[in-house]
Write a protein that binds this ligand. Sequence first.
Ligand code: IVH
Length: 684
Amino acid sequence: MTAKPVNELSIYEARQRAEELRSLINYHNYRYYVLDSPEISDAEYDELMNELRAIEARFPELITPDSPTQRVGAAPVETFGVVEHRIPLLSLSNCFDDDDLRAWHRRIAERMGTEEFAITTEPKIDGLAVALVYEDGRFVQGATRGDGYRGENVTANLRTIKAIPLALQGKPPRRFEVRGEVYMTRSGFEALNNERAEQGLPLFANPRNAAAGSVRQLDPNVTAKRPLSIFIYQLGWVDDDSVAVPTSQYEILQWLKEFGFRVNPEARRHERLDEVRERIRWWGEQRERLDYDIDGVVLKVDDTTWWERLGAVGREPRWATAYKFPPQQRTTKLLDIRVNVGRTGALVPYAVLEPVVVGGARVSQATLHNEQDIRRKDIRIGDTVIVQRAGEVIPQVVAPVVSLRTGQERIFQMPDRCPACGTPVARDPEQVAVYCPNSRCPAQRIRLLEHFAGREMMDIDGLGERTAILLHESGLVEDVADLYKLTPEQLEKLPRMGKKSAQKLYDQIQGSKSRPLENVIFALGIRHVGLETARLLAEHVGSLEGLLRVTPGELQQIEGIGPVVAQSIADWVSRPENQRTIRELIAAGVNPTRAAPRAGGPLEGMTIVVTGRLASMSRSEAEERLRQAGAKVGSSVTRNTTLLVVGEDPGSKLQRAQELGVRTIDEETFLRLLREGPSALGGS
Ligand code: IVH
């Protein structure tokens, strides 16, 4: 039906068009919020919504409670009503290691009389549990878990969450309840906190608190503005004898998906305990790449006909358990705030903490980024603070626990002299960074030396912080180029350095002369130049000599390098002491060159990205070979990527490629591609 202007519609036409619009909007809503795979642009979606709003404004009698325009609309309440849960929302027992897991499995196996039963695994989403009731395909009631028996009626708030369908698809049971976890994405949480910081509002400590706070808002208009989503993980109860409910947890999840519920796509059914272990390990790794927090993996006996027979111990069912990951947040006392001098001279405050175990490791120090961040979060010396650590990431102080203040806390002041050399500090134009302007500052020299030797830089094994300090303090290495003048005999004289380790370090230093240009440029420690920028720069200048000759005008022209970074590079190159370093590096034999993509090469026109570890060569070498064959090497997967080469332990690029439908190849095919050109890819 072509859309007639709203003011020309008869009520019959209006009713028909409104129904059509509602089902269109519900469908696109589902594509966007449930499947994460929209088919139309936001503008087109808005057009549909606006047309429906216009019809409903002209004919208010056509408004239905499940109309997509009616998600927000309820007035604020004084308190929430109480909802009695027909079947209580139980808790879960915990497993913390493999012994616990085996014990759980054995206990069930004994009761079931067999070791062979399927288990479904799902991520344990860190949010808040809710129970949703549907009647005749309409969302009629939503409640929090509360104490498991009685929760709060938060229907009006839950209606504002677009991943919760107001009207179901397919043939759902007449009356039933589903359960799930409302959560906030990490990115949504960051954005929300940034916005709150700007408005001077207190910050949320983590996405879970933010989600819980948002759902328990008395005004649904506030909830509507919060970036919330949901994963449905359980069927509560069903009032409908005419439907055949699956008797497998895994199939129930797929069944619920058909009605339009958002179910985690990574739920799996496993026949063997070993597969469960493997999946837990996978989730442990995946955990940091997700845009939502999980605190473990939930294991459920897949055959639901066993659930009642297995029963519960107290409020914990036997048929399920949570394999918990180490918590990534803990509270502890902030004993002091001290200041480090970084390799570019930036004064970086850090927290000295009463030691705690976070994310499986003992933490006694954490970063505080910069002075403004400390102000923004209102962190004071003596505060009880929330500390967060995730995997390899440096622990950070998230927020103070304001309610535990005693009045004895002190506000931190940035020093006005460099703690390492006493030079008065300078501030950058944006007043964010405070730095020591003395390029001879010993702290900067030592940090730069450490950085220079790093794995993605010159990759000099054995040159860590301790050795960097020794080399600097002994007067042997003032500048990074001095490294290449060292002899094994000199190294041997350093404290606690044996003959063998001196020779090893010497070999490592000499070996580093053949590092690719981009790594050498990254190693120089130019402010704002990370490996990505170093790569762009290397492609442009072609050699260290080229770097000496690069002009500010040229830098501005390099795609991917912005004005601030270009300025920083130009400043660095213009300084005589840096020019000397480069000349000395070249004289010492550090003179890598880098081939630009070869015009007319067999892979010309292709944009190829590499992820993960390759068995036959390093990532940089692989990229170099691709360039020599004429391919453009990308750093991230986009719609323009031709191929993704996938090695061991691939990162999020693989997922991105799958989402975008970018072709992936394994190492074997990659090697064939280098040898034979595009014919190695077959016909497609
Ligand atoms: S099943 C008896 N599945 O974990 C089964 N719970 O400690 C009860 N949760 O209150 C829950 N993700 O808030 C289940 N995939 C999942 C879950 C999950 C998160 C939460 C839920 C529950 C708590 C149990």
